[in-house]
Design a protein around this ligand. Structure first.
Ligand SMILES: NC(=O)c1ccc[n+]([C@@H]2O[C@H](COP(=O)([O-])OP(=O)(O)OC[C@H]3O[C@@H](n4cnc5c(N)ncnc54)[C@H](OP(=O)(O)O)[C@@H]3O)[C@@H](O)[C@H]2O)c1
Length: 275
């Protein structure tokens, strides 16, 4: 039995779908008792509430685990504490941990990886770059004003399809030889936010305007969330550097045999969100 946390999320929901389609028994963890998953058992749990986890973990031998935002490391530590005895954990981490100065997100994920290492449970770390689904943050302003405001400037990235990350997670959870491995995952093409904007405009048959939000505005919005000015500076500038995030890797194909999808593929699948 495999437990999928973040089961209603971009990656988790694809893992549930792929696992159940392959005939695995799956428990889908959510805080929402009304959530419905085809072929999976819904378990209601909250990674901020340790007492909710033992019931979710009954009969489970492997898990996909992810934490959210500033509570990432605490949530992952809470999970592994409750999950002692599991045979394998696949952890959602981030490519930022491989950057020398990855900022606050890198710190959250380094600490989460540390908690999993310390647990003694065999692990695989997924370290994806920018998710294609981040473009959904542009949906409201595209619908209302035909404008994309990019908080990461116009730095090129090699965005990755959430379902391609899910395919790697499923491979790691359902075959051997992935324990103790950390997989850097990016998509197949280098593209910039302004190029993504043009592509969305073409698909929507609408003229879209691209605006790069100044770095200072990004720093201000992070400090408003309680992140220190120093960490916010490093994070915002790291997100605007042309670094590892912009290098297409072959990991997804190497591990799954699947051709990773392009931003165009993702945009065509999700076009209704922008209409
Ligand atoms: N976006 C990127 O470019 C990027 C890049 C690298 C790594 N990452 C990492 O990927 C992860 C996000 O993955 P995603 O996009 O698939 O997630 P997502 O779509 O943002 O979904 C978040 C999920 O977390 C669940 N959740 C939130 N708080 C929870 C809590 N206290 N207890 C239990 N579940 C909780 C929500 O479930 P319910 O509401 O149903 O409970 C939801 O399913 C983060 O760890 C992020 O740092 C993201």
């Amino acid at each position: 039995m495999i437990l999928v946390t973040g089961a209603t999320g971009n990656v988790g929901r694809c893992i549930v779908r792929r696992m159940t389609a392959a005939g695995h028994q799956v428990k889908a963890l959510t805080r929402n008792p009304g959530a419905v998953f085809d072929g999976a058992e819904v378990v209601v749990g909250d990674l901020d509430e340790q007492r909710t986890l033992p019931g979710c973990l009954e009969g489970v031998n492997k898990a996909y685990v992810m934490g959210m935002g500033p509570r990432t490391a605490e949530q992952v530590a809470t999970f592994v504490h409750a999950a002692a005895g599991l045979r394998h954990i696949v952890l959602m981490s981030s490519l930022s941990v491989e950057l020398e100065r990855g900022g606050v997100v890198a710190r959250w994920h380094r600490e989460a990886e540390g908690a999993v290492r310390k647990s003694g449970i065999p692990w695989t770390f997924l370290r994806p770059g920018v998710f294609m689904s981040n473009a959904l943050q542009w949906a409201a302003s595209i619908r209302a004003e035909g404008v994309v405001r990019s908080v990461t400037g116009d730095t090129p990235v090699a965005p990755v399809h959430p379902d391609d990350i899910a395919a790697v997670a499923v491979t790691a959870l359902s075959s051997t030889g992935h324990e103790g491995r950390a997989y850097a995952l990016t998509g197949p093409e280098r593209t910039s936010p302004s190029a993504q904007t043009r592509l969305l405009g073409d698909l929507l048959e609408r003229r879209l305007t691209f605006e790069a939000v100044p770095a200072e505005a990004g720093v201000r919005s992070m400090t408003a969330f309680g992140i220190s000015a120093e960490e916010a500076e490093v994070s915002v500038h790291s997100a605007r550097e042309d670094n590892l995030f912009g290098i297409p890797l072959t990991t997804i194909h190497d591990l799954t045999g699947l051709a990773p999808r392009t931003f165009r593929d993702w945009a065509a699948e999700n076009l209704n969100a922008f209409r």
